[in-house]
Each structure stands twice: as structure tokens, then as C-alpha cells.
Design a protein around this ligand. Structure first.
Ligand SMILES: [Zn+2]
Length: 220
């Protein structure tokens, strides 16, 4: 007999935490660890494609490192070319950062062939990519929750029943958080409290807009 709501136990991927968490089985979930507050995407295992906890934790740690090194590299680059400071737009800065991440990912790919069993290799690379995305999302949410969000002066945020439009590009309304995004459109800003409460789907949209320079963290 199958139970109505099967659950499974998973471990927080943060190597400094490792908290055991009970989650609904068989669903893709955004899980926030109550101990260390790391949010991560949990993907249920498909048959024969299990990534061991050891490599799951390692993928998270590698993700942390890749982000830290890419940030550091951007800082060094700007220090080497001081005149670029201040003239670099967020989008260019973002692209530079992504280039560094790509180089590191390339290296991880090669090194992983030496250290990760063939049976877990592809899942491991997916997990590293997922860990990088989750952790950048976490960092953005933390910042937005602390300082709030405002629209760029040149940004136009409009909506109808089915879509929100940022500078003419339509995005379907995310599940939940409709109220929050509407408030951003109407008031051109979100308080830290409101920004901290947006759904994962809305946070992902806001994060894209942030990278494109359409929104900023901090309320003027
Ligand atoms: Zn944790």
C-alpha cells in the first residue's frame, strides 16, 4: 500500500551544515534549510541516476568556490583597469563574471573526469551548475530582503491579466507573488519586507531583471 503523501529524507548540501530534512517525495522543490538558511533546488532521483550525498555536498562546495573566485577575479580586473570602474554597466560586469564562471566550469568538468565515478559524472556536473544558480539566487534574495528593490529610472513595468511587461518584454505572471510584482509596478519599489516574501518563481524573475539592470537593490 502506498501512503497518500510519501516523504523522503534529504540532507542540506551545505558542507558546514548537513541538516537532515523531510520533504515530499518525487517533486522538484525549492527547499530552504532551517539551520543554515541555504535555499537549494531538490530534484527527485530518476531511476539509476542517483548522485551520492558525498558528491552532492561537493557540488555545493564547488559552487561556492566558483562564485567566490569569479567575484574575486572581477575585483582584480577592476583594480587593474581602474578607469573601467564606474563606467562598467551592471550588464557588462555580469557578463565578465559569467565568463569567469564558464572558465571555472570548464576546469571542473575536466578535473571531475579524474575524481568522479563515471556513473555519477553527468549528474555531478548538473549538480554543480544547479548549486551555482541556487547560490547566486540566495545572495540576491538576501540582499533584496535587507535593502528592498527599486525599478531603474528608465524601466517601465506594466501588466495585464496574463503578463507583466518589463520594457516591452512579456513574462507570464509567476505563481503567487502576483500582488508583490503589481506593487513594484505601481510604486516602482518594494520594501525589504515585501522583497523578502516573494515566491521563488518571482525571485527568479526579479533576479533576471536585476542582472539586466532593470531593477536595483536598495530603496532610494
Ligand atoms: Zn543547512
Amino acid at each position: 500500500m502506498e501512503s497518500v503523501n510519501p516523504t523522503e529524507i534529504i540532507s542540506c548540501p551545505n558542507a558546514r551544515c548537513g541538516q537532515q530534512l523531510r520533504v515530499p517525495a518525487g517533486e522538484v522543490l525549492m527547499v530552504t534549510c532551517p539551520s543554515c538558511e541555504a535555499s537549494f533546488t531538490h530534484r527527485p532521483h530518476t531511476q539509476g541516476k542517483r548522485l551520492s550525498q558525498e558528491f552532492r555536498t561537493k557540488s555545493w562546495t564547488l559552487g561556492e568556490l566558483m562564485i567566490a573566485i569569479s567575484r574575486e577575479s572581477m575585483t582584480l580586473l577592476k583594480r587593474q583597469v581602474p578607469q573601467a570602474l564606474g563606467t562598467m554597466e551592471r550588464k557588462q560586469e555580469w557578463e565578465g563574471f559569467i565568463e569567469f564562471l564558464k572558465v571555472l566550469f570548464n576546469m571542473v568538468d575536466r578535473v571531475a573526469t579524474l575524481y568522479v565515478p563515471v556513473s555519477e559524472y553527468l549528474q555531478f556536473l548538473d549538480a554543480v551548475e544547479g548549486a551555482v544558480i541556487d547560490q547566486m539566487n540566495n545572495a540576491f534574495r538576501k540582499q533584496a530582503g535587507k535593502h528592498g528593490i527599486r525599478l531603474d529610472l528608465k524601466s517601465q513595468l506594466l501588466y495585464d491579466d496574463r503578463h507583466v511587461f518589463v520594457n516591452g518584454t512579456a513574462v507570464p505572471w509567476p505563481q503567487r507573488s502576483r500582488e508583490t510584482l503589481r506593487r513594484l509596478a505601481d510604486h516602482r519599489a518594494l520594501s525589504p519586507d515585501a522583497a523578502a516574501r516573494v515566491s521563488t518563481a518571482a525571485a527568479a524573475i526579479l533576479y533576471n531583471w536585476y542582472r539586466d539592470g532593470y531593477v536595483h537593490t536598495g530603496i532610494a
